[in-house]
Design a protein around this ligand. Sequence first.
Ligand code: SF4
Length: 711
Amino acid sequence: MHETTTCPYCGVGCGVVASVEEGRLNGVEGDRDHPANYGRLCVKGSALHETLGHQGRLTRPRIEGREVDWNEALDTIADRLGEVRMRHGGAAIAGYLSGQLLTEDYYIANKFFKGFIGTPHLDTNSRLCMASAVAGYKRALGADAVPCCYEDLEKAELVVLSGSNLAWNHPVLFQRLRTAKSRNPLMRVVVIDPRVTDTCELADLYLPIAPGSDIALFNGLLAYMAARGRLDRDFIAHHTEGFEAALAAARDEAADIATAARRCEVDAERLETFYYWFASQLHVVTLYSQGVNQSSSGTDRVNAIINCHLAGGSIGLPGAGPFSITGQPNAMGGREVGGLANQLAAHMDYHTPGAIDRVARFWSVPGLTPTLPEAPGHKALALVEAIERGEIRALWIMATNPLVSLPDANRVRRALHKCPLVIVSDCMADSDTLGCADIVLPASGWSEKDGTVTNSERRISRQRGLLPAPGEARHDWWIICEVARRMGFAAAFDYDGAHRIFDEHARLSGFENGDGPGETFRLFDISALAGMDRAAYDALAPVQWPVNAASPRGTARLFESGRFMTDSGRARLVAVRSRAAIQQPEGEARLLLNSGRIRDQWHTMNRTARAARLMHHRSEPFIEVHPADAARYGVHDGGLARLVNARGDYLGRVRVTTSQRRGELFVPIHWNDQFSTRARASALVAAVCDPLSGQPESKQARVALAPLPLP
Ligand code: SF4
């Protein structure tokens, strides 16, 4: 039997055809009909069937290490959450979710925590990956709205890859870009990254900018466009606001190429080439990812990029636009349901006019009225601080491993140990975070559960349940509904399948969504997908939102009319200036530490490390070091070394390489206490973040490097 589903290993969201025989998934291939990949898969996707299996799975609920049945686990959770809520209020309870949950799980979690527990403190690990992109889009476009689609990468004449190792982190998009470039000899690709990566293979021009100089780079570009008469004056006049202030800030920072080149530490001639290419071309896509987002000035970096697109009019057209690519398979689905601490529900913020009342009425059922919070809750890092202060007394973590992924991970461990009640729902038994859990719940995983995910181009696709879940593992939405039922909210959590939840999600997106008197038009609207029965839901083909009466077949590209989601309908250019990173050298900890994914692993490796062939690419934690630094600090290629600062340490194999800039290091994010002691990169990163987006400054830790003598 062959079934279609969606790959869970990155935000490209490739369609997969899975071969299932006698309760086993025997193999996978790319779905030729899926518009994200048209049959392609990367090495992780093609090994999907090798990363499954019951070994290492959580199969029974546990309370304080003791296996219990579901009734006892659910009753205990309901009792203890109820007690915390009664004694300390709903705001003493928090949830921490994941971009790997399905949209249906996310929707139910958001409804439970915000609607019925009454806490605003629900955040997600997507905070670590795309929060700055979201904040930047909102500031500029008036909504968290990715304007582009993957096809735009193929239609562009210039593709700028900024802070994105596309070749390793979104490999199928890289393949699509490579094919498009081979077919279009006029297409140019520019790679902007402090580190030489495999993505540079496609680069016509590579700019190894100094870390943190992105704003200077794009401010310099805006100043160049103005100086050379390369602005789209008509677009600026009719479709934007804030241009003069943004240009003044840009000129203030980088009025000429020599200044911009000095600030970015790149060759002025190369920089001018980039500026000339960008300023001469309407069909430009700038694709950006964690190298831009994971910064204490991430939102400003995003706006510096968007400013240039608005000034040149390169948005809302085929082959044009500022394009944020998400890391996780369903970071976008979390944004749709409102599963971030600064959001309420259905893609709406707390300050969206009428939102609280609208959601409260929608979620009301006879005899039961939601108790929605009225202001945003704690974002991820603030959530940890609130636990430390004793304000959060119960935390439910779903499908994520914050002890490995959050900055200052050792501090997170101490905070979780201090929290009176920690519940963890997960598929895998080898998550470091389980060591802090009072109650552990076995969740179903990829290939076992039904639902939807939304990829980086706003395309909603089905993930399908192909195999039975092992032991007593259950779907996340079911677990939450059962707790809700025991807490007295049964009437609001009565679903007989994922299709019912999706239907409610689709109806809420269109609920009172219009531009009539007293109504606020909202961009996220999938109301045309409401009303599907189970069969229609099962047959749902990939579709890009909005999907509504005006666009019943979905929407490839946003803002083609030149009207944006701000009150004025005009996009905003934002005046931005570079700021120094918050993390600065401390004592011997002077080297700048960058971190990221490697090609063949996913997050904390508890699935991808099962496939032997995925371990061949990089089999152990490593530290990439420039030759001059290797000589200076006495470390050798192939030897072991230690990184250390006041927060933690990291052991890894040295790889001496000129792909690193001098004074800078790179380590992978994947290894953790399950695979290798003391190789958690996040333990070295200070818990500081962008003040607007709350996204941690993950790529600018400071560390000392020393050789590790073998015993
Ligand atoms: Fe899966 Fe991403 Fe690879 Fe596609 S590119 S197969 S979604 S890991």
